[in-house]
Every structure is written in structure tokens, then in C-alpha cells.
Design a protein around this ligand. Structure first.
Ligand code: CDP
Length: 215
């Protein structure tokens, strides 16, 4: 059985940074499942597919020509690593995430990343839906203010403009949408270990996860 560590949690909780660092520490593969939703949203916006057209979105998802190359993400021959991080694309991703056929189209794709020697993945439903038999399940959270602060830093570093009050509102709306949807809602798996990272550094969280896994 190939080991899997799932890290789920709300937007901007630090899942991505932590999951990548845990994967590196253990020499495991890493799957950023949110990037898949962002890629489909980006593609839909570009080609003019409505963000609630489930069957058209599912088609886009199954045809998606995506390559994860270390930390860069390519759609076809284009490097879209920065483009998919724009807030508008994140909001689009959370809107399309309620579509059942789209989620189904992405399910198989996500499971294919389970390869030896192991996988670390992050998202909303990694432990509940995609890898219910995961070896270790983490639910990573933090206060909304802390998350807004982290997200704004990230966006500024990438050269995007930031308005902190609209960012806070955006995070609250996204939390409500992710937690309130009927399909694969954002919820901690029953057996998940909940970590509140409001007052922890990314390094502390990585240590906590690696020691749980190894111990
Ligand atoms: O960076 P952030 O945490 O805001 O988002 P992300 O992990 O890149 O995911 C973007 C959106 O995709 C989220 O708002 C979720 O609605 C959706 N998503 C999902 O539904 N299921 C996943 N496994 C991952 C992301």
C-alpha cells in the first residue's frame, strides 16, 4: 500500500507551503489539488465557458493538458504558475468546485498521483473523498485574520495589488462556499488531526506532521 498524507483546510491556511515541505522531507510526490480547480477555472474564463456549466467544465477538466514541473505549473506549453494564483481565478475555482461532473472528472486524475514511495496532497476533500484510506490525515486551519495576512503577503510578493478589507471579505465568502456546499464540503475527516496554525510557523507545522507520520 502506497502511503498518503492528506492535508485539508480552508483557504490560505498554509496547506500548500506545509504540504510541499513535508513531501520534500519524506521524498514523496506532492499534489496541489487546488491547482487543478484553478487550472480549470482559468481555462474556462479564457475560453468563455460559464462557471456553472457542469458538463462543459467536466469536459475541460478531462482534456486538461497539465504538467507539474517541480514548483512550476504548465498548461500545454504555457507556464501558468502565476496566472492561476490571481484572486479572480481562486474565486472562479471555488465557484466551479460545486459542480458534480467536474469533481468526478478530477477524481481519477488526482488518484493517479498516488505513486511510490508516497504522496502528500493538499486540498479540501483529500482525506474525506479522494483518499479515504490515507495513512495520515491532517486538517490545517488558522484564524481568518491570520489567513488574510498571509494571503496578502503572498499576493504582494507576486506583484498583485492587495486590498485587505476586500481580501477578508473574499476569504469569508470562500470559507462559507467551501464549507456549505453539499458535495465534498470542507470538513475535517473523522480521524483527522486538527492543527490550528494561527500561532505556529510553517516549520513547526511541518515538524508536527513529519513526527506524527514517522512515529
Ligand atoms: O489557495 P486556496 O486555499 O484559496 O485555494 P486552493 O487550494 O488553490 O483551491 C481553490 C479552490 O478550489 C478552493 O476554494 C476550493 O473551492 C476548490 N477546491 C476543492 O473544492 N477541492 C479541493 N480538493 C481543492 C480545491
Amino acid at each position: 500500500m502506497i502511503p498518503v498524507i492528506t492535508i485539508d483546510g480552508p483557504t490560505a491556511s498554509g496547506k500548500g507551503t506545509v504540504a510541499l515541505a513535508v513531501a520534500r522531507r519524506l521524498g514523496f510526490h506532492y499534489l496541489d489539488s487546488g491547482a487543478l480547480y484553478r487550472l480549470v477555472a482559468l481555462k474556462a474564463i479564457r475560453v468563455g465557458v460559464a462557471l456553472d456549466d457542469d458538463s462543459a467544465l467536466a469536459r475541460l477538466a478531462s482534456e486538461l493538458d497539465v504538467h507539474f514541473d517541480d514548483e512550476r505549473i504548465h498548461l500545454g506549453s504555457e507556464d501558468v504558475s502565476e496566472a492561476i494564483r490571481q484572486e479572480a481565478v481562486g474565486v472562479g475555482a471555488s465557484r466551479i468546485a460545486v459542480c458534480p461532473s467536474l469533481r468526478m472528472a478530477l477524481l481519477k486524475r488526482q488518484r493517479a498521483y498516488r505513486q511510490p514511495p508516497g504522496l502528500v496532497c493538499d486540498g479540501r476533500d483529500m482525506g474525506t473523498v479522494v483518499f479515504p484510506d490515507a495513512t495520515l490525515k491532517i486538517f490545517l486551519t488558522a484564524s481568518v485574520e491570520k489567513r488574510a495576512e498571509r494571503r496578502s503577503k503572498q499576493l504582494i510578493e507576486k506583484g498583485f495589488p492587495v486590498n485587505i478589507s476586500s481580501l477578508l471579505q473574499d476569504l469569508r465568502e470562500r470559507d462559507a462556499r467551501d464549507a456549505g456546499r453539499s458535495l465534498a464540503p470542507l470538513v475535517a475527516a473523522g480521524e483527522a488531526i486538527v492543527i490550528d496554525s494561527s500561532d505556529l510557523s510553517a516549520k513547526d507545522v511541518v515538524e508536527a506532521i513529519v513526527s506524527r507520520f514517522s512515529g
